[in-house]
Design a protein. Structure first.
Length: 204
């Protein structure tokens, strides 16, 4: 039986490295770790749908929390049912081990508690998503009102670029992980390292 992991971030600006390192530390093969950079509310989600097609009964899927499956209440419950009941996949939730489906819930009370936790977390996930979208909309409106340019030049080195380069140069992460985190080729990464070093004023 195979083991997989789903990592999801909603935008290119969000940082997936923490999730990736956690999954690699669990011994999950890198080829079985799917990194999805789409909104959980998106109906496209090509990488997630391809992952679901690969999953077989008895396989294990690791997720950090249940909103990796979807960001809305109905979506989470639908995906959970499809994976666990229809496909027979074992789900392990890093931040809520009580939901791990390989933990037996044989008596009625245990099943009741687990289902209530699942429904509560699904409700909170959608509620938080609406709060985030509201804050984003307010921030964009305020920025536009002040005449700010919301974009940034592609050549600007981001905080994520600096963080990954620093971790690589400190030997905290391997080259292949750094390349996966930034989704760039080796040559481009070495150029980035030089640019980061120049910006910091050193010659590593």
């Amino acid at each position: 039986m195979a083991t997989y992991a789903l990592i999801r971030v909603s935008t290119e600006e969000q940082n997936e490295e923490r999730q990736l390192i956690a999954m690699l530390n669990l011994g999950i093969p890198k080829a079985n770790i799917v990194i999805e950079k789409e909104s959980g509310k998106s109906t496209v989600r090509t990488k997630y749908k391809n992952l679901v097609k690969r999953l077989r009964s008895g396989d294990t899927l690791y997720i950090e929390n249940i909103d990796r499956l979807s960001r809305d209440y109905d979506g989470i419950l639908t995906e959970w049912h499809n994976l666990t009941k229809i496909k027979g996949v074992i789900i392990k939730v890093l931040d809520t081990p009580l939901l791990d489906t390989d933990n037996p819930a044989s008596d009625l009370l245990s099943r009741f508690i687990r289902n209530n936790i699942l429904h509560t977390l699904a409700f909170n996930a959608e509620l938080e998503w609406h709060r985030i979208k509201k804050r984003q909309a307010e921030g964009i409106a305020n920025a536009k009102a002040k005449g700010r340019n919301l974009g940034r030049p592609k050549s600007v080195i981001t905080e994520k670029d600096i963080r990954v380069v620093t971790q690589y140069q400190a030997q905290e992460i391997a080259l292949d992980i750094a390349l996966s985190l930034l989704d760039i080729k080796k040559s481009a990464f070495y150029n980035l390292c030089r640019a980061v070093n120049e910006e910091r004023g050193d010659s590593k």
